[in-house]
Design a protein around this ligand. Structure first.
Ligand code: IDP
Ligand code: MG
Length: 171
């Protein structure tokens, strides 16, 4: 079995319901290692890129509002916790712990089965995102993380020079 990487997001409902600890504890049963982690305020652009494959679905506008935390009134629920996990057969094993997409159909002791719900607008509020295949995992990890935010290079990198680039530093 091959070593894989994947993106896990604790979605705004998971953050708002203070489920971070419970979710990370459940995920740790798979004995994967975390090789990148951060809190991300989710822009419209990032939300659209992340879920681009679902752009024609009727629930797409609500899905964007959900992942941006807008359905919870925005700040401080306008963010997600993002993790890159690595391990043997990581994608299948983590998706099993996450549970089925529809929280009503998910195994009740999976994360989504235990903590998810379907909103009155019909969005599956299912607490976590979990990459579903190797190529998608790579696309998602590259979308959410810069190379230097992951403890070692999991994909090829290149050196680029950006001239006149302004950066914010601690004052
Ligand atoms: P996944 O998250 O299990 O990989 P996807 O099909 O990639 O499932 O859908 C992304 C997200 O969109 C889901 O996690 C869920 O929040 C939402 N979603 C997917 N299908 C539906 C649906 O039929 N109705 C409402 N929301 C959905
Ligand atoms: Mg998916």
């Amino acid at each position: 079995m091959a070593v894989e990487q994947l993106l896990i997001l604790i979605k705004p409902d998971g953050v708002k319901k203070s489920l971070t600890g419970n979710i990370l504890t459940k995920l740790s049963e798979a004995r994967m290692v975390i090789i990148g982690s951060k809190t991300v305020k989710v822009s419209r652009e990032l939300a659209e890129k992340h879920y681009w494959q679902l752009k024609d679905k009727p629930f797409f506008p609500e899905l964007l509002d959900y992942i941006q935390g807008k359905i919870f009134g925005g700040a401080p629920w306008d963010r997600v916790l993002a993790f890159v996990y690595q391990g043997e057969d990581a994608i299948a094993r983590m998706r099993k712990i996450a549970g089925a997409t529809n929280p009503e159909e998910a195994d009740p002791i999976s994360i989504r089965g235990a903590y998810g719900r379907i909103t009155t607008k019909g969005v599956y509020e299912n607490v976590v995102h979990c990459s579903s295949e190797i190529s998608e995992a790579e696309r998602e990890i590259k979308l959410w993380f810069k190379p230097e935010e992951i403890v070692y290079n999991i994909y090829p990198t290149k050196e680029i020079t950006i001239e006149n680039k302004k950066e914010t530093a601690w004052a």
